[in-house]
Design a protein around this ligand. Structure first.
Ligand SMILES: [Mn+2]
Length: 275
């Protein structure tokens, strides 16, 4: 990646973080790493969508902190009732004003130079949805645990899982090269704002997490003009906050709206399957 250079005139991005009762320090860690590692001329705004938290720290103290530290940069959206992560993301999208929107859980960290390759690929083709390769940040030590580069696929139960990149990708030996992938992990993705709207956004009928990992992937995958790419970019912390568990525990009730054409499921199952 260090040998690659990117144009300066890339599209701007709105970063949308969603949370419910996430620890304040964790949200701020996400925001700080986003500001510190995104070129200022490319970061139009940060949108924090509070999905009706009851933690008082996330009311006045959060608002005062970000307004003082990053005046004019951070918008806070407050849902008046708990909507769940899908509709929370959509609420963030509605107020976003940059050409590109990035959707993230509020417990992530961005690594240096994460934005330029993402925005360059969207500038090349606005019908690309860009996903990161996700590493783990250990919740007890904050140590980063590197994960192997993987695509995202799903099995016949429509359960999302890591899949080995195609042999051709390994053969080419370029670890910075994107991997075409038929599914996604919904906790972090970047898309052109208008194009994401044309796609119909995420399915707002989904109340809880799980379905978005494949539902959008199927819609994108069955249309030959769309690409899903994956780049080794930034780590994500899992199972950190009580809010995250709140949405995760309801996963079995996730209503999945599935297209009949699942050709891309089968064609994605090259390599060694899940890990
Ligand atoms: Mn998460």
């Amino acid at each position: 990646c260090r040998k690659v250079s990117y144009p300066r005139d890339l599209p701007q991005i709105s970063l949308i973080f969603i949370f419910v009762n996430e620890a304040l320090s964790v949200i701020l860690r996400s925001v700080h790493s986003a500001v510190n590692h995104t070129p200022a001329h490319l970061l139009k705004e940060i949108i924090l969508v509070d999905d009706n938290s009851d933690d008082e720290q996330l009311k006045g103290p959060l608002e005062e902190y970000v307004n003082k530290r990053y005046p004019g940069l951070v918008k806070i959206v407050r849902n008046q009732k708990r909507e769940g992560l899908i509709r929370a993301r959509i609420e963030g999208w509605k107020v976003a004003t940059a050409e590109v929107t990035g959707f993230f859980d509020a417990h992530v960290e961005f690594t240096p130079s994460w934005a330029e390759p993402v925005l360059a690929r969207i500038k090349e083709d606005h019908k690309r949805i860009i996903l990161p390769s996700i590493d783990n940040i250990k919740h007890d030590t904050f140590e980063v645990e590197r994960y192997e580069n993987s695509g995202h696929g799903y099995n016949w139960e429509l359960w999302c899982m890591y899949i080995n990149p195609p042999k051709q990708w390994w053969d080419e030996g370029d670890m910075s090269a994107p991997i075409r992938t038929p599914a996604m992990i919904g906790c972090s993705f970047v898309a052109n704002r208008d194009y994401f709207g044309e796609l119909g956004l995420l399915d707002s009928g989904m109340d809880v997490y799980g379905g978005e990992n494949i539902e959008l992937g199927i819609r994108v995958c069955v249309s030959p003009s769309f690409l899903l790419l994956l780049l080794p970019l930034y780590p994500c912390r899992f199972k950190w906050s009580s809010g995250h568990r709140c949405v995760a525990q309801l996963i079995n009730e996730a209503p999945l709206r599935v297209l009949e054409d699942q050709a891309c499921v089968c064609s994605s199952q090259q390599g060694n399957g899940d890990k």
